[in-house]
Design a protein around this ligand. Sequence first.
Ligand code: AMP
Length: 405
Amino acid sequence: MKSIKDINFKGKKVLIRVDFNVPLNHNRQVMDDTRIRESLPTIMKVLNDGGSVILMTHLGRPNGYESDYSLTPIVPVLSTYVGRNVIFTRDLFGPKTFEVCGKMKPGEIALLENLRFYPEEEKGDEGFAKELASLADIYINDAFATSHRNHTSVSTIVKFFNGNAYFGLLMENEIKNLDRILYNSTPPFTAIIGGAKVSTKFGVIKNMLQKVDNLIIGGGMAFTFLKALGGKVGNSLYEEDKLDVAKQIIQEVMLKGVNLYLPTDAVVANGFTNEADIKVVPADDIPDEWMGLDIGPKTRRRFAEIINNSQTILWNGPMGVFELEKFRQGTKAIAIAVAAATISGSFSLVGGGDSVAAINQYNLADQMSYVSTGGGAMLEYLEGKELPGIAAIRKAHNEDVRKNK
Ligand code: AMP
C-alpha cells in the first residue's frame, strides 16, 4: 500500500479521521494539545499539496448532543497550528455542511462537529458511513488511539472510498514502531509492565512472553504475582480471582526460559494518601494493615540494571501510585533508566496514559525512541489483535490484515 508521502493530493478533498479527544479544563480550554499536534504532519501534507481537508473526530462520551462536548474549543488551537482559518460546521449532515464542504477550495480546512453526537457513530451504521463518505474523494485514518474501536468513522466508512483509503503519517509511525517491537526486536528485549491490575494487562503479558528475554512486573499487579508465589501482601491491591492467571504466567515464564523480575522490596503505607506513614519492607512480607504503593530502592536499582542491559525496551504502566508524591520514585527511576538506555543506543517504546505522563513530567519524552499515542489501542495491538481501523484499510488494498506476521 502506498504511503501518503507518495501521493499528491492536489485538487482532492480529503476526509481525515483524527483523534482530537483532548482534555478540557472547567473553562473548556484545551489543557493538552498533544493529539492535535501529532496530526499536523498529515494535515499539512494534504494542505501543502493543494488539497482540502475535512477533519472528523470524537470528544468524550456524550449522550446525544451535549454542548459541553462541542468541538468549539479545538477550533482556535487548530487554526493557530495550521496558520489559517478553520471552517467549523456545527452539524454533521445539515445543508450547511454539504454546502461548505462542497465549495471548499485547495488549501482550506474544515472541522466537523463531534461524531459521537450521533449514536450511529458507535454502531457501524452504513447509511451514516455513506453520508460521511460523500463529503470527500479520499479517506485517511490518522486516529491510532481510536483504531481499536469498530466505529463508523473508523472502519465501516472505508468501503465507500473504493480503495482511496490510507493511513495517515501518525498511524504509519505507530504501526512501524509497534511492529518493530512485535516482529523485529533486537535482544535482549525487556518488557516492563506496571499499573493496577493483572486483568487489563494479561493479554499483553501473554503475547510478550513469546518475544521477550526479560519481563519486569511492577505496580499494583505485582502483588497478585507475589501472592501467587506464597508471599504476604498485607492490604495491598491484589486480584484474588486472578491468582490462577498469575500462576499460569509464572509457569509459562519458566517453560519459555524468560527471566521474570518482581519487586523484592516495596514502599508500604498505612493509608492511601500522601499523609500516610511509610516504610520499606520485603515485597513478599508486607505486614497486615500496610499496603504496597511503590517499588522499593533495591528493586529500583535492580530493574534499572536490567533495563540498562537491554537493546529493546517496552514500557507500559506505572510502578506505583504515581499520582501521589510519596509513591512516585519507582516510576521516576524507570523513566530515567529507559531514557539512559535509549541514549546508549537501545530502542525504547513507551505507551499508556500514566507512563507517558511520567516521562512528560520529567521532560524525558524526547529521550525515548517512540512514545505511542494509543492507550487501549496500543495494548490491543501488542496483544496481537487485529484493530478494526487498521484492518479495514489493509483489506481495502487487499493486504493481509497483519502483514508482517
Ligand atoms: P493502569 O491503568 O492499569 O496502567 O493502572 C494505572 C494505575 O495503577 C495508576 O492510577 C496507579 O495509581 C495505579 N497503581 C500503580 N501501582 C499501584 C499499587 N501498588 N497499588 C494501587 N494502585 C497502583
